[in-house]
Design a protein. Structure first.
Lengths: 227, 549
């Protein structure tokens, strides 16, 4: 028996297993909600349970993607997407939780941003994590928007919270050197988003992310620019 | 879609939910009825699903990937497509809790209309189904025509739809290109793909360009398209298959094998590709790869519609090649695996008489290859009443001849093959197999040795070192004494060498040549070396009579 355990493979397969288990757990949670009364469903312990489970699920998906990326086993399957349908589905994914938390999430697709070209699973992974993060800081409103700019498709998640702190706006996520991963998961999340965006290319153009404050709701604005 | 529209639409459609968990079936049914669905059927496993689909028609199938011990959702879809039980207008939704690459890649190959990853909430299901329904509605005229098997009508519907303002423009162009190729008109198909590629590099359009080139037999162009595609989309599995096809048509079966091997690595659950790899590898004399691919094929046969004795025989044959004459513990192990595989086949296909016969034919060879001659003879004796060369199928006859050769009954083997050659003159594939077998009726190991020596001989001959070439060919002939081309090669080298040395009618040399030609006295006139044989025979005879006078 060899002692040379390939630890990253062990981690990856365990994470895979955890993610599937958590999926089952979230499914059950969905069923439980239908069988309990409003007073339980809207109560803090229940929404916390659901929110944190969803966050861990999103983190595990992110972790697996980063692992596959490092193993060079991740590639983008770029296909034509009907943007509004896609964003609607992202909204639906969070709807029950947001209802419980009393937060609204609106989807706006501008007429010139009806079509996009991207890998739905990769982009969904990014948006899920950004939305999960925004939920934490939002007051009562979130927006999921799509617009076209200079031939790019721009998907954005906006909230009415206090906005990104100054030091985060300054981070350049295109390389890993200057990013401090020790301060929590947010930087890692943004690094992940940048990498997933970068997997989308068309000709010379390569996808990227951008952070700013303001927007329609006056809080933080996360933008995913896709070629 | 508003509530009312949705209700009216779902009410009319027939749904089938497949999952091995009752809870999941119930919750899925509950969600669908809340959208308005009334006709909802359920199945707990793959076979039940297929049985239901052969009896009734369903508009929407929602099927889990993991169905417990029987067929997987992927195999269900494969079977439904293979048996044409799924209409073009129907939707197949694959549900999976798994996002592992193997499973996703495998499932994608049979093109479910969508796949949904668990956990599924009602809201997400509704959005996804609504989008799917809207697309189904928009594409209905095309798919309906396809269900009527009316290709021209489907094309005309697609062309008309493209004239209208539609959000499915890209999808329709993709379908139309495909239909043009099906109709055998690659030029308009290429027109569509070029138009798309001008705007953006999309995988399906690049794939289409390659397929259109393939249809025009422009192999180099096709290869370049497929390589471009694989470069930018390494997971685009169809591109590997098409590239391998193009390479084989160009006669480059080594590279074709590499390409299929890569595809198998990415998507290992597709049984037909494993089988294809086994075939290519065997034709490339790469028996280790062939055996591995047959092993995978047999493993994937379980619950598959592609389960048949041929898979087991393929594995048995490749293992018998590998173990032939190899009595080390490794060779023994391979032979045991071959026998076990054949045994499993017999048990699995109890009612198949031909499977029984072929099992014994291959088994006889495996035994003989291990020097277990008694068992080998017994295996043949047990089917002696089946061994009439007139009634055996060509493949069975080839197996029979191989078994006889391994038992060193060369004469009997040749008789069987000659009879077969008479019967199958018009079948070039069988004729080629006969020829190869007669040329080199020896084990895989010896064949490989012979090949290497033969190569050396040719190389020496080309650089003018005739003596060395003659040595190499002679050594090769010790391994395969009756090989026609080799014997004739040696004769030519000896003649040329003697001429060079001015001893063109040296009696020793001539005797040696005659011995070579004697080996070929049974060469049938249809053999591709026959003319050359006749020519050299006459030449030797002339030289001999010249030296006598």
């Amino acid at each position: 028996m060899s002692n040379d355990l390939d630890f990253s493979t062990v981690l990856a397969s365990t994470v895979h297993d955890m993610k599937n288990s958590l999926g089952m757990l979230l499914n059950s949670l969905d069923e439980v909600r239908d069988s309990v009364g409003e007073e339980v469903r809207g109560a803090r312990p229940f929404t916390t349970l659901e929110y944190e489970a969803q966050r861990v699920h999103g983190d595990l998906v992110q972790l697996l993607s980063l692992y596959r990326l490092s193993e060079e086993k991740l590639s983008a399957t770029v296909e034509e997407q009907l943007v509004h349908d896609f964003l609607d589905e992202q909204q639906a994914h969070h709807r029950r939780l947001l209802e419980g938390l009393g937060i609204t999430l609106e989807v706006h697709t501008e007429p010139d941003a009806e079509e996009g070209y991207f890998d739905p699973q990769l982009v969904s992974g990014v948006l899920t994590n950004v939305i999960n993060n925004a939920i934490r800081y939002a007051g009562s409103q979130l927006q999921l928007n799509a617009r076209a700019e200079d031939g790019w498709l721009v998907l954005s998640v906006e909230d009415d919270g206090p906005g990104y702190p100054e030091h985060m706006l300054a981070v350049d996520f295109s390389g890993t050197e200057r990013i401090d991963f020790s301060t929590g998961s947010t930087n890692l999340g943004l690094y992940f988003a940048e990498r997933m965006a970068g997997m989308h290319t068309a000709g010379e153009r390569q996808g990227f992310t951008r952070l700013r404050n303001g927007g329609d709701l006056g809080g933080s604005v996360f933008e995913l620019w896709l070629p | 879609m508003d509530e009312n529209e949705r209700y009216n639409l779902y009410r009319k459609l027939r749904f089938l939910i497949t999952d091995d968990f009752e809870n999941f079936r119930k919750s899925m049914r509950q969600m669908l009825s809340s959208f308005g669905a009334e006709k909802i059927d359920m199945a707990a496993n793959g076979n039940e699903t297929i049985a239901k689909c052969s009896k009734d028609h369903y508009d929407v199938l929602i099927c889990d990937f993991n169905l417990g011990s029987g067929k997987t959702g992927q195999q269900v879809l494969e079977a439904l497509r293979h048996n044409r039980l799924l209409r073009h207008t129907s939707l197949f939704v694959l549900v999976t809790a798994e996002t592992s690459r193997e499973i996703v890649m495998g499932a994608r190959e049979y093109h479910p209309d969508t796949y949904i990853i668990k956990p599924i909430t009602q809201a997400v299901l509704q959005k996804r189904m609504d989008a799917l329904m809207a697309q189904r509605h928009a594409l209905y005229p095309i798919n309906h025509a396809l269900d009527q098997q009316d290709l021209p009508e489907a094309i005309s519907q697609a062309e008309q739809l493209l004239q209208t303002k539609t959000r499915y423009r890209n999808r329709i162009m993709q379908i139309l290109g495909d239909l043009y190729l099906q109709r055998g008109t690659p030029d308009p198909a290429r027109g569509i793909y070029e138009q798309v590629l001008e705007g953006r590099e999309l995988a399906w359009a690049r794939m289409g360009m390659g397929r259109a080139a393939l249809a025009r037999n422009a192999l180099d162009e096709a290869i370049s398209h497929f390589e471009t595609l694989i470069d930018s989309n390494p997971d685009y599995i169809e591109a590997y298959d098409a590239l391998a096809d193009a390479l084989q048509r160009k006669g480059n079966s080594r590279r074709a094998q590499e390409v299929v091997q890569k595809a198998v690595e990415i998507s290992p659950l597709a049984i037909l590709r494993q089988k294809q790899l086994a075939g290519i590898a065997a034709s490339n004399q790469d028996m280790d790869t062939a055996a591995d691919a047959w092993r995978a094929t047999v493993k994937l046969s379980d619950n598959s519609i592609h389960d048949n004795p041929e898979n087991y025989l393929g594995l048995g044959r490749s293992l018998s090649e590998l173990s032939d004459g190899n009595t080390s513990s490794e060779g023994k192990q391979l032979a045991d695996e071959a026998l076990k595989t054949l045994h499993n086949m017999e048990r699995r296909f109890k009612d198949d008489e031909s499977a029984k016969t072929r099992k014994q034919l291959v088994a006889a060879r495996v035994y003989a290859g291990q020097g277990r001659m008694n068992e080998s003879r017994k295996a043949l004796d047990s089917i002696s009443d089946q061994l009439d060369p007139e009634t055996l199928s060509p493949e069975e006859t080839l197996d029979y001849a191989r078994a006889l050769y391994t038992q060193q009954e060369d004469g009997a083997a040749q008789r069987v093959l000659n009879q077969l050659a008479e019967r199958c003159q018009d079948d070039p594939k069988i004729m080629k197999a006969i020829e190869e077998l007669m040329d080199e009726p020896v084990s895989f190991h010896k064949k490989n040795q012979a090949r290497a020596l033969n190569k050396e001989g040719i190389k020496a001959f080309e650089s003018g070192e005739l003596g060395q070439a003659a040595d190499s060919f002679s050594q090769t002939l010790e391994l395969v004494p009756q090989h026609p081309a080799l014997n004739l090669n040696l004769v030519q080298v000896l003649l040329k060498n003697a001429e060079k040395e001015g001893k063109g009618s040296d009696p020793n040399m001539l005797r040696r040549c005659e011995r070579c030609l004697d080996q070929l006295s049974h060469l049938p006139p249809q053999h591709k070396q026959y003319k050359r044989y006749q020519f050299l025979k006459k030449k030797i005879a002339d030289l001999k009579s010249g030296s006598n006078t």
